[in-house]
Write a protein that binds this ligand. Sequence first.
Ligand code: SF4
Ligand code: SF4
Length: 168
Amino acid sequence: MDKVKCHAYRNTKLCTKDCLCLFVCPTGATNNETGQIDFSKCIGCGVCALSCPSRAITMIPNEMPKIQPKDKNVVDQLFINTNNKIKEIRILKYLLTKATNEEEKKLIKALLHSNRVIIEDLMREAEFMIPQSKKSYALLKLLSKDGQVKDKVNRLLDNIKFNIENKK
Ligand code: SF4
Ligand code: SF4
């Protein structure tokens, strides 16, 4: 298997500016006035990430790997689970309008939040939240017909590298 080509990314929030990465980089890519690593100079050797004491540098693949196909039965089941969670959310929202005290409201709000997180997980599992997937592309194409979100969705369509044949 070919070695995955990577480039270095610096998390400026973690960087303590001790400049070790500046000394070890063979191309000078880390020495950049913007605080970010110069992608055009980085050869992906990874030395900066290994030497950074603050773990502020991550090596990121230049191209995202293709997604493994998921069995249709698994995706169907994920949708069933998602729909059940959506039904639970409707019930919880109704209960919230009937709550008689703060404790009840707090509990219902916590359950609503947890259901939303579970739905996100389920959709991610079903490949709808992996930005470069074919399914996300189809979903965004559908959403691009909605006037309210059209501009934002079209920006995503222009900028994400989808894993679809004949498309970069
Ligand atoms: S080695 Fe790490 S902490 Fe030091 S300047 Fe570079 S990125 Fe920042
Ligand atoms: S990965 Fe190598 S070339 Fe790229 S910034 Fe780090 S040390 Fe420099």
